[in-house]
Design a protein. Structure first.
Length: 564
């Protein structure tokens, strides 16, 4: 059974000088395409005239949540306890596994302004995608959706992995925050999501204009679902899409669709197929809570139920405690079984098929997707600009560009602590007027100079041996600050060479480094990276940082004027 549940700040003592300093601007790294070792080996083999028969088959994957009469998850079932049917015919189960959650110990609480890239283990195999879809939420309830989402994040169990998705405006869909278990980072990201007061048709708006807006929203909703399915397909395990919305009946129910709208149901079926192939279950949450139901309320709730049932999730509505809905969705999507079977047809023909599961024990409730459309997952193409990952990018040849990109997962191969505070010391005569590669749009803005003080154990680093029992090493310290729209504001990279004695290395003494970076006012997301050039080990961390409009020191004010 595959189950996750069955599994002080150091003082600064060494002073090292900066031997070289280079300011850089970080950009997204290109995607690397690799050939498998098996393919390369086959090319090296001599060609044979013996005929080869190629047999291919497609595999259908089903996640199922099993609960008892009280709604508690049931563990310990085996492959023999389940029967699976496709289109009414029993299918042999090819593979079977159980996944459940575990209680992860809360990380040690650090002093104010101290951060570490030491991460708790994941609480479950599942990844949770929290989608605040303001296109499909009346503006009156968008603030509530934000508030309740943040309330959950601030109290979520340690190790819960979450990504934030946002839709605001008729054409805007983006990742607000990549996958992380850092609740402070997730909450700060939600604060940056803009409300949408223009997408929905307004009272008194003409029929043609109203239909045009609804048609655009429907189309963008379907495109967003396709993008989500495509991008998370590379993430192993189950993905729970917790979707704040108020139903999409004009898409899910062709009989209810207004005559002026295009029939989007065929596109929805394709989206369902892609979500199934990507192992995504959808949990719609109605942010309206308990309200006086409008005329469209029944259709909207049926629409939410329809989306949930088609993907193996559950819908939550008519409850003011939205946090409880998120909690239930995460818990439901963390304790589950995964089974696969090879269906009779080998073609990805897009056709509709039914699934029926039974458990050979009385009193159990099974939640799973009971249908699917045979869409070919190999035809998924990632949309540019949409990036979700649960593993940090590899660093090759000392290139930190990808690792320092906004919202990338934390790298913990090289652990460090960093103290981040506004500078309080006066400027030195030889200091540059601005520290960092400040974007030109902030040229005339006031700046605050921040100090980043690092503590890294000497025992983690790799060295080359020098004369007189010395050990030579080289570190790169990187900073990159992004605004709320994930645009680079400023960056800084410093290379440090060092020569340490036996005592420092053998006793794993903490090493002290510091950097300074000038930051403009506003909500920023600062990425911090450390690279050991000798071993190629990397540590990265991302923190939310709110910089005040008034510089913290006279020196910082002078830096701002010097940039004019």
């Amino acid at each position: 059974m595959a189950s996750l549940a069955r599994r002080a700040r150091s003082g600064f003592s060494a002073f090292l000088t900066v031997s070289a300093m280079v300011c850089v601007a970080f950009t997204a790294a290109p995607t690397a395409l690799c050939q498998s070792g098996a393919a390369a080996a086959n090319q090296a083999l001599p060609q044979s005239n013996v005929p080869t028969i190629k047999v291919t088959s497609r595999e259908t994957l089903v996640d199922v949540t099993v609960t008892d009469a009280k709604g508690n998850p049931v563990h310990g079932l085996t492959r023999e306890d389940f029967t699976v049917k496709e289109d009414g015919k029993v299918q042999p189960i090819r593979s079977f596994a159980e996944f459940d959650s575990e209680d992860v110990r809360e990380p040690v609480k650090l002093p104010p302004n101290i951060y570490s890239n030491r991460q708790p283990p994941p609480a479950s195999n599942a990844v949770n995608l929290l989608w605040l879809d303001f296109r499909n939420i009346p503006d009156l309830y968008q603030m509530r959706a934000k508030k309740e989402a943040k309330r959950y994040l601030q109290e979520m169990p340690a190790g819960t992995r979450v990504a934030i998705l946002g839709s605001s405006g008729p054409t805007s869909f983006r990742i607000v925050q990549g996958v992380t278990a850092d609740s402070a980072l997730l909450s700060a990201a939600i604060d940056t999501l803009q409300y949408d007061t223009t997408s929905a048709p307004s009272i008194g708006e003409g029929i043609a204009s109203s239909c045009s807006k609804l048609q655009q929203i429907n189309q963008m909703t379907l495109e967003s679902l396709n993008q989500i399915a495509t991008d998370v397909a590379g993430i192993k395990g189950r993905k729970n899409l917790i979707w704040f919305m108020t139903g999409i009946p004009s898409i899910t129910d062709p009989a209810w669709r207004q005559r002026c709208l295009t029939d989007c149901f065929p596109e929805l079926k394709k989206a369902y197929g892609l979500l199934a192939a990507a192992q995504v279950a959808v949990f719609p949450i109605d942010p309206r809570g308990l309200i006086a139901p409008p005329k469209t309320y029944p259709q909207e709730l049926l629409s939410m139920e329809s989306v949930a049932e088609a993907t193996g999730g559950a819908a939550f509505y008519s409850n003011n405690d939205l946090k409880a809905g998120i909690t239930k969705a995460v818990e439901t999507g963390s304790d589950y079984y995964t089974l696969t079977y090879v269906p009779p047809g080998t073609e990805y023909d897009g056709r509709h098929h039914t699934i029926h599961l039974e458990a050979d024990q009385p009193g159990l409730h099974l939640t799973y997707r009971d249908e699917y459309y045979a869409e070919d997952p190999s035809k998924m193409t990632t949309t540019a600009g949409l990036t979700l990952a649960t593993l940090p990018p590899e660093v090759s040849g000392g290139d930190m560009k990808a690792a320092m990109s906004r919202s990338m997962p934390t790298s913990s191969a090289l652990l460090f602590y960093v103290d981040v505070e506004p500078g309080t010391t006066p400027a030195k005569p030889d200091d540059p007027p601005v520290m960092g590669t400040l974007d030109a749009r902030f040229k005339d803005k006031p700046l605050t100079r921040y100090t980043f003080s690092y503590s890294i154990s000497a025992g983690q680093l790799a060295y080359t041996n020098g004369p007189n029992a010395t050990h030579n090493g080289s570190l790169e310290l990187d900073l990159a600050a992004y605004d709320a729209d994930a645009k680079l504001v400023t960056g800084l990279s410093q290379t440090i060479t060092m020569s340490l004695n036996d005592t420092t290395v053998a006793n794993k003494q903490p090493l002290n480094f510091s950097q300074q970076l000038d930051l403009p006012a506003g909500q920023l997301f600062v990425r911090i990276g450390v690279l050991d050039h000798t071993s190629n080990k990397v540590g990265t961390l991302e923190i939310p940082l709110t910089v005040g409009k008034k510089p913290a020191t006279p020196h910082a004010a002078a830096a701002g004027k010097a940039s004019n």
